[in-house]
Design a protein around this ligand. Structure first.
Ligand code: PDD
Length: 282
């Protein structure tokens, strides 16, 4: 595939970064994952706005303007195959002369963007099958609101999930649900949809925001509230959301059925609305 690296368009195996790039040495960078449906980026503006916020929060200067970012993403989609793609965008603080935790001013951020085409089988109606989850203590850092490339916490948690043979980990801090290892979490209680409040401990998902818009448009009740572990266990439905997973029903939690153990009616409705509106720019 063709990737973008610091102003150049290259075959992926020719794109090279310095070993003194702070992204490599410290995970000192931020990123975004953007879906492409029918060759159109989904919610690009929102993803770029969040990228700018992550840059701002980490003090990495934004190397490009909105128009340049848009141009790069559009060109990346053009140069790669597949009607459905997932775009990866990463900005690191840049390259230094030697390894040091503190960084000098005036570094030039490293900008990388690539695209992966999404397989045909994932496009069919079984695209979002129900999945299983385990609960895990959230051992990541306290700034989950920044989409940072420092993902060791998530990697270790995902490893525990993989070893359990389940699909996703639902994380909690002091007994309160934060999010999934790479997704946001929702529950349904008597037709009402609940998701954790925005905080420093979780990422405000673009998919989460989209679900809020759909709920408002179709008069479905969606509230932001603390979700304790016992509330999670007693929920009628549990969902997870992310750009790549879209919205998925979790029908098994810690080896026990969620509600009836089958896909719930509120998820079914929301998932249909999601598919209906995801190619629409509203
Ligand atoms: N992850 N929370 C975390 C920790 C995430 O990593 C993600 C997304 C989300 C959902 O955000 P969004 O709806 O904007 O995709 C929530 C991406 C897909 C990833 O790391 O690959």
């Amino acid at each position: 595939s063709i990737v973008y690296l610091d102003g150049k368009w290259l075959p992926s195996d020719e794109a090279k970064v310095s070993v003194f790039d702070r992204g490599f040495l410290f995970g000192d960078g931020v990123y975004e994952v953007v879906m492409v449906y029918n060759r159109q980026p989904f919610r690009l503006e929102q993803h770029l706005t969040r990228l700018f916020r992550s840059l701002d929060q980490t003090g990495i200067p934004n190397p490009l303007g909105m128009h340049e970012w848009r141009f790069i993403i559009e060109r990346l989609i053009d140069q790669n195959e597949g009607d459905q793609q997932s775009i990866y965008i990463q900005v690191t603080r840049g390259v230094t002369a030697q390894r040091s935790h503190t960084y000098p001013t005036g570094l030039v951020p490293t900008v990388f963007a690539s695209s992966q085409s999404i397989s045909l089988q994932k496009k069919d109606t079984r695209r979002n099958p129900p999945c299983s989850a385990i609960t895990l203590e959230d051992l990541r850092w306290a700034r989950g609101d920044i989409k940072s490339t420092s993902l060791l916490g998530s990697v270790l948690l995902k490893k525990m999930v993989a070893e359990s043979g389940k699909d996703e980990g639902i994380l909690y801090r002091d007994g309160i649900v934060t999010e999934g290892t790479a997704s946001n979490v929702f529950i349904v209680e008597k037709q009402q949809i609940i998701t954790p409040c925005v905080s420093d401990f979780l990422l405000t998902g673009i998919t989460r925001d989209f679900i809020f818009e759909l709920a408002a448009r179709y008069q479905m009740v969606l509230l932001e509230e603390d979700i304790s572990l016992s509330r999670l266990q007693e929920a009628d439905e549990i969902w997870m959301s992310s750009s790549t997973a879209e919205i998925r029903a979790i029908t098994e939690l810690d080896g026990l059925p969620v509600g009836t153990g089958k896909i719930g009616p509120v998820w079914t409705r929301m998932a249909k609305l999601y598919q209906k509106h995801k190619s629409e720019l509203f």
